[in-house]
Design a protein around this ligand. Sequence first.
Ligand code: URA
Length: 220
Amino acid sequence: MPTPEAAAAEAPPEAPADCPLCPRLVAYREANQRSIPEGFNGAVASFGDEGARLCVVGLAPGRMGANRTGRPFTGDGAGVMLYDTLLKTGFARGTYEARPDDGLTLVDCMITNAVRCAPPGNKPETAEETACRPFLAARLAALPRLKVIVTLGDVSRRNVLRALGLKASAGIAGHGTEFPAGPYTVLNSYHCSRLNTNTGRLTAEMFEAVFRRARELIEV
Ligand code: URA
């Protein structure tokens, strides 16, 4: 097993759109190419500022969101809350219109996913997380100014820790927790999925507080 540093050194920060690594995800992509022929239907590249001090790590593209539009969190419910919050807290500029050509830009912020291809039921398998992790490790390693990583949900948190060569158990679960991870601070949030926001588990105020804290941390 290569170390995370060696894996990151070998992998590029982005998977090719037609990444062949996970047979189940390739089959799902091919089914989506038939059912959403106008969609992107590939491994979704990260979006944002290569000089970012903040990286937001989601789970995986949603079938009708990032998988369809080709930009992380774009076109589904989770993206509405994420981009609204980034605009409010100064990490984005422009107007979010749920399409990749809406002109929205990220400021000091990069958005990526732990798994780059849409998984059935939004649930990647452990082997898929492992296969995709070198891209995540390379993505983080390729951000020279990175200071803070916001993880959205448990899968993101565990994969970020592993991508940094740490044990998945090294972090602290729960919303609003923060802990050092290598040279970075990880700030953990509940995922901004419709499930969490519709049930009130995650409110706009709770989510905004995470990004306000990220702002404080990157300014010190
Ligand atoms: N869209 C993404 O790109 N990632 C998520 O985690 C959820 C929706």
